[in-house]
Design a protein around this ligand. Structure first.
Ligand code: ADP
Ligand code: MG
Length: 691
């Protein structure tokens, strides 16, 4: 039975309640599944003579000295003596009540990290209690939390949740045995143990999640993920979609293919074939098309659109930014308009009149193809008969937006086919096992004639040499991108950074048009800047990461990325993909600065090294996975769609395999338990997973 969520109360939520909600901890079961990050040991007292620097220790003793030091930092200094040694306690903030509790002669119990130093053993801001209280019988959990949600409050909430949650076992015993888990150990026991382990447990097995209780939780989590994806796949298989079949020699598809100025690569042909097969079936397609930057995904989308139009239906293509939508529009109009297709276009910045005209074209069905931004999914937009929705750079859209596009199909009885495109591939084996709900097509080959991009890592101290290099390129008629980082927390600072760089380059390159593009510019201005660059009049484009996705200017042959150490690996690769699109040799310069540090951090060095060593998006993805670890890797890509909190698709590949095999058996033979299992783990988020 699904557990009811916390009932909405008339009273406003308190801060901690809001924080619980923010963490998604709504139902008792959510709290029960909120597992500790680590533990503190409050089960025993230690003697000061036995502690070492770095230990988190709990000690009891007598206060032998206490003073408030005024000079320098105001602080309270207390000496604690436990007969085996002394320890200095330092407090930089303290209330009078605390000062009283720490008066000379008092016996106290303190817990904190032991540090060494001039004054011998020291603890900064230890937790202080009166001596002699009872000792804990289990390790104390430390939970992941957010500001405004203290551990003590969270611990109480979790304890209450665990007590109230219904936790019948859902996985049949024989399957638990398959992965070496003892079925007589119930889920409730495993959870209670993880929240409050007995002090005799090996902390290592808790920390690295190899303890059987952790194995149990990870297996269950993976099973929930596989079950829910399989459920949505089966639910989708019961839905109807228009069949988009039939490609005669006079079809739009055939004519488009002939009119292209290039031949499809073998990889493009293969994925076009995969899509063609899918959309010819009366079942909605859900396909992820992944291919490196520049691999040529747009033309694949255009060919799918052509088949859709051939069958008498409408196709929509949604892109995450105006600039990108503009580019797609231009490209698709160039390919399809000569063949008699009306292409409409919708964005947020459109003039009212133009927008009305476009909406009319879309509603009447006259526009067979519609290209746009999020504007496509607004209420006002009515398609006459949408059969195929293409989402470019799909990871940049939220689930709700994807759902909205799907719900645009006029008739309630049918769903559109969905093609999602991404240039941040995930390694193939991972994709296959992870997306039980998606079919994946991969373009693993670049169009011929591209010269590989040479990547160099350069210290910012040699910035002048880089600027000299820009001049050389400009003389040869080439264009240059110069990217400055954009970090959300300090937009103002970034803007200054980009503005300063723009001024510096303008001064250093007299007679050259140097443009500046950043996210705060009004859309019209962004477009104006972009079109000057696209047309070749502008030699250098200084920009924040707004050019990250999709822009296609083949004459640009040099990409400089400032503060490259601040960028993520896949982001660097995406940016670099903006050059090397023409036949000319292209280069990417990664400028780094170490700030006050003597050298770059380990992870940043690894990222830059990976960029120098590889141009291949799949290899980059693999390295990214190595450097960051899969949890974070998938997290960043999935941004909330699918969530694995505990299991790790690489390290727990064996459990994933088990979950994959078990999911269909569970759905067929134990449907009630399967449903209960999914509800427990994913609860209200299952709708989201189905998008
Ligand atoms: P992405 O996969 O990054 O979206 P695009 O679709 O923008 O890549 O394609 C990059 C460039 O390559 C475009 O200029 C496109 O017209 C061109 N292109 C695509 N396919 C081929 C091909 N088979 N041969 C030559 N050029 C191609
Ligand atoms: Mg693209």
């Amino acid at each position: 039975m699904p557990q009811s969520p916390v009932p909405p109360t008339a009273q406003p939520l308190t801060g901690p309640q809001k924080a619980l909600r923010k963490l998604g901890l709504l139902r008792p079961i959510d709290l029960a599944l909120h597992l500790p990050l680590r533990y503190e040991d409050e089960t025993r007292l230690v003697k000061l003579r036995d502690v070492r620097e770095g230990d988190v220790a709990q000690v009891e003793g007598r206060v032998t000295h206490a003073e408030v030091k005024i000079s320098g930092h105001r602080q309270l200094l207390v000496t604690l003596d436990d007969d085996s040694g002394t320890c200095l306690l330092r407090f930089f903030t303290f209330y009078p009540s605390q000062q009283k509790a720490l008066a000379v002669g008092n016996r106290i119990r303190v817990r904190g990290e032991i540090r060494g130093g001039f004054a011998g053993l020291t603890m900064m801001h230890p937790v202080v209690k009166p001596a002699g209280g009872e000792l804990a019988t289990a390790l104390t959990p430390v939970y992941p939390t957010v500001a405004g949600l203290p551990q003590t409050y969270l611990r109480r909430a979790v304890r209450a949740g665990l007590a109230r949650a219904e936790l019948p076992d859902t996985v049949p015993s024989q399957y638990l045995l398959e992965i070496g888990l003892d079925p007589s150990w119930r889920l409730r026991q495993a959870l209670s143990f993880l929240h409050n382990p007995t002090p005799d447990v090996s902390l290592d097995t808790l920390q690295d999640h190899s303890h059987p209780a952790w194995q149990r939780l990870k297996a269950e989590e993976l099973l929930a993920q596989q079950l829910s994806q399989l459920q949505s796949r089966r639910a989708r298989d019961r839905l109807r979609a228009p069949t988009l079949a039939g490609t005669g020699s006079n079809s739009l598809f055939a004519r488009l293919l002939v009119s292209l100025p290039f031949q499809l690569t073998a990889a493009q042909q293969r994925v076009v074939g995969e899509i063609t097969q899918d959309i010819a079936r009366p079942i909605p397609m859900h396909r992820l098309l992944q291919g490196d930057v520049g691999a040529g995904k747009t033309v694949v989308a255009a060919l799918a659109a052509a088949q859709c139009i051939d069958a008498g239906w409408q196709c929509a293509l949604m892109a995450p930014t105006e600039i990108l939508a503009t580019q797609h529009f231009a490209k698709l109009v160039g390919w399809l308009q000569p063949l008699g297709v009306t292409v409409a276009w919708l964005t947020g910045s459109q003039k009212a009149k133009e927008r009305r005209d476009m909406l009319a074209l879309i509603a009447s069905g006259q526009a067979a193809l519609v290209v746009g931004t999020h504007a496509l999914i607004q209420d006002k937009v009515q398609f006459q008969k949408l059969a195929l929705a293409v989402i470019d750079e799909q990871h940049r859209f939220g689930v709700a937006q994807r759902l909205a596009l799907r719900s645009k199909l006029g008739s309630q009885l049918q769903e559109p086919h969905l093609l999602m495109m991404t240039a941040t591939p995930i390694p193939r084996t991972l994709a296959m096992s992870y997306y039980a709900d998606l079919d994946v097509s991969t373009i693993d080959e670049l169009p011929p004639g591209r010269t590989p991009i040479v990547t160099k890592v350069v210290n910012d101290a040699r910035r002048d040499e880089v600027i000299a290099r820009i001049s050389d390129q400009l003389v040869q008629g080439r264009q240059i991108y110069w990217v400055c980082p954009l970090i959300e927390e300090s937009e103002a600072l970034d803007l200054r950074n980009a503005t300063e760089t723009h001024a510096q380059l303008s001064a250093a390159l007299p007679g050259v048009m140097v443009g500046l593009l950043h996210s705060r510019l009004p859309v019209a201005e962004k477009k104006a800047v972009m079109s000057l660059f696209v047309s070749g009049q502008m030699g250098v484009l200084v920009s924040t990461t707004v050019i990250e996705v999709g822009v296609d200017v083949p004459n640009a042959s040099l990409m400089v990325i400032e503060h490259a150490e601040r960028f993520g690996l896949s982001q660097l690769h995406q940016l670099r993909g903006r050059v090397g699109r023409g036949a000319a040799a292209s280069a990417c310069v990664l400028l780094y600065a170490t700030g006050d540090a003597p050298r770059l951090g380990e992870a940043a060095r690894e990222r830059l090294k990976a960029m120098v060593q590889s141009n291949d998006g799949f290899e980059i993805a693999r390295r990214d996975l190595e450097i960051r670890g899969p949890g974070e890797f998938m997290g960043a890509r999935q941004s909330g769609d699918a969530m694995l909190r505990f299991a790790d698709v690489v390290a727990d590949a064996q459990l994933l395999d088990w979950a994959r095999r078990l999911a269909p058996l569970m759905l067929d033979q134990h449907p009630a338990q399967a449903e209960q299992h999914v509800q427990r783990w994913l609860g209200s988020r299952t709708d989201y997973l189905k998008a």
